[in-house]
Design a protein around this ligand. Structure first.
Ligand SMILES: Cc1cc2nc3c(=O)[nH]c(=O)nc-3n(C[C@H](O)[C@H](O)[C@H](O)COP(=O)(O)OP(=O)(O)OC[C@H]3O[C@@H](n4cnc5c(N)ncnc54)[C@H](O)[C@@H]3O)c2cc1C
Length: 545
């Protein structure tokens, strides 16, 4: 039975992250909801700084534009059907959807990598050989063949593979794409291995990797916000959902949210909202970008705003909710050890063209045609992401923006003898240039350092979604007996789904709308390459290389 398209129904969501945006878009575009009945509360007060993990912003540094992103995303066709369906529903301009523009961009600028890894002393490697030994190939097959229910609770990747696995080209390339660490969850690794199975033969060229034309924020978040605003969706900035009250029916089987508590971004209480069991509440629980802290070209990152006592809006809300009902998950499992869940990123605005010329010479490819480049000798575990320029729509012609992830920031650098959080943006860039061997000519090195702006960022929970976990640590999208609420984001349980992806946030939103609103809504199917004999043959021969 289709229900809920009643104009009197109010819908409440927390955060202008992708989970909320996807839920609102599906309600409007696929379930005919009245946009003006949708209310999204974003704790951030700055209208230019929304999108959650999918942010992108510009600031003026010494009178020149400098660009910044906390995160940046890669996509692929078979693994991202929900994300692509969402893009098809967002107008990009008067005559095209975001998906149509994306397809054009993909044709104009496909990825086809030659230099897939850069080892110590600048040694280039195509990544053609995956470098796995026979024992690890068998272990990989075993992990793939083991049903998820038989993988022990809390199992880590180190429980599944031997030491040599973690110095193989396969691991280096895998890690550059997905940011796994050896102590991360074996189940998450297994799920990724299934959904990206068909890509193993192309891990060197990465021909199927896709990037959006501009930053993800400009290519689909901003168009979605524009569309929703024009349709009448209510955005409430500087408003945080601080708690919700649950009501239960006779016997406790049915549950619904009866009240939403609000506060400003700085924690001042705001009037609460009464919610009927016919209204809808979609709550993003947990966030990878909570308590992010930033530095500057001449300043290291600030200490994260608060520790585990105040992990930020989406976590605090989840902690309060989880304390109310046993099946609402265990947020502390993902907050338990910042040293295992944090990552750093930095965005560099380079002016004058020298870096771009040197980089294109190094990798034998134009900027937009290169996959992430792992610098395997870097103690900070740097992965360099480069893009077709301009990455920001209004970027001046002679600038180039790159973005880099670091998975082990507490190590001492090779060229700058400090940990990463101790370094200014300039020092971090110095370390990057050293690994690229762009420091050999001192004049060139100084020119790059003097004409660029590097903005570092610390994400204390950046890879918390990969921490090893047990069944029940994550709640269902729509918990049993829910009449009016669903959970969204990276910390809900979606069978077979892979976290640390836009796909997970969009898929969760689709499940929520389907379950609470429109049972006939079709969920784009997942692709499992191992069920296709030709794919299995291609994977077997890649493993034999
Ligand atoms: C460094 C990095 C690299 C990534 N790379 C990739 C990639 O290559 N491919 C890929 O598919 N995905 C990638 N991702 C993952 C993807 O970006 C995220 O999974 C997705 O954007 C998460 O969206 P979300 O809405 O679930 O949560 P978030 O992005 O965390 O957004 C949550 C929003 O809600 C707000 N908020 C939270 N709590 C409250 C509250 N109580 N009240 C009001 N507002 C609140 C926050 O301010 C924020 O705006 C990456 C992410 C990061 C950080």
């Amino acid at each position: 039975m289709e229900k809920r398209q009643d104009a009197s129904i109010n819908v409440y969501l927390n955060g202008l992250g992708l989970g909320s945006i996807a839920a609102a878009m599906y309600l409007i575009q696929k379930a005919d909801f009245n946009p003006s009945s949708i209310h999204i509360f974003e704790q951030n007060g700055d209208k230019d700084l929304v999108g959650g993990s999918c942010d992108a912003s510009e600031r003026a540094v010494n009178g020149q534009p400098a660009y910044f992103m906390q995160g940046s995303r890669m996509f692929e066709d078979k693994v991202y059907p929900c994300t692509k369906e969402l893009w098809s529903m967002i107008p990009y301009n008067d005559h095209e959807s975001c998906l149509q523009d994306h397809e054009k961009n993909r044709e104009e600028c496909g990825i086809d990598t030659v230099v897939r890894l850069l080892h110590g002393n600048g040694r280039k490697d195509t990544g053609y050989r995956l470098g796995l030994n026979a024992a690890d190939k068998l272990k990989m097959a075993k992990l793939l063949a083991t049903p998820e229910s038989l993988v022990p609770d809390g199992a880590k990747i180190t429980d599944m593979f031997g030491e040599a696995f973690f110095t193989s080209n396969y691991w280096y390339m895998w890690r550059s794409l997905f940011a796994f660490q050896p102590w991360h969850s074996a189940v998450e690794m297994k799920r990724y291995m299934h959904l990206f199975f068909h890509e193993m033969p192309h891990m060197n060229t990465m021909v199927a990797l896709e990037r959006t034309r501009f930053t993800n924020f400009h290519s689909f978040i901003l168009p979605a916000l524009r569309f929703m605003r024009e349709k009448g969706v209510n955005f409430h900035y500087n408003r945080r959902i601080s708690d919700v009250d649950f009501e239960t029916g006779p016997g406790g089987k049915e549950r619904w949210i009866g009240r939403i508590h609000l506060e400003t971004g700085s924690g001042e209480p705001e009037p609460s909202i009464e919610v009927r069991d016919t209204d809808l509440v979609f709550l993003t629980i947990g966030s990878m970008v909570s308590n992010a802290s930033f530095g500057a070209h001449d300043r290291p990152v600030d200490q994260p705003a608060a520790g585990s006592e105040n992990p930020g809006g989406a976590w605090t809300l989840w902690k309060k909710i989880a304390a109310k009902q046993p099946d609402f998950g265990r947020p502390d499992q993902f907050l338990r050890d910042i040293s295992q869940s944090r990552m750093m990123t930095f965005t560099v605005t380079l002016r004058g063209g020298l870096f771009q010329r040197k980089f294109e010479w190094l990798v034998e490819r134009q900027m937009g045609r290169q996959s992430p480049l792992p610098l395997t000798a870097s103690p900070w575990i740097l992965h360099l992401h480069t893009y077709r320029q301009p990455l920001f729509p209004d970027q001046p012609r002679d600038t180039c923006v790159i973005w880099v992830t670091a998975l082990r920031d507490s190590n001492i650098g090779t060229f700058v003898k400090k940990t990463m959080p101790e370094c200014t943006g300039r020092e971090i860039l110095e370390e990057l240039l050293g690994h690229l061997q762009f420091d050999q000519d001192e004049a060139e090195r100084n020119e790059i350092l003097d004409t660029s702006t590097c903005i570092p960022c610390m994400l204390p929970y950046g890879i918390s979604q990969f921490l090893s976990r047990a069944k029940g640590d994550r709640p269902a999208v729509v918990p049993a007996g829910s009449r009016n609420f669903a959970f969204l984001g990276q910390f809900v349980e979606i069978p077979h789904g892979i976290v640390f992806t836009t796909e997970y946030s969009v898929l969760g939103a689709i499940h929520a709308v389907k379950k609470l609103v429109k049972p006939s809504l079709a969920v784009p199917p997942m692709h499992f390459g191992q069920h296709h004999p030709l794919t299995c043959i291609a994977v077997a021969s890649a493993l034999a290389r």
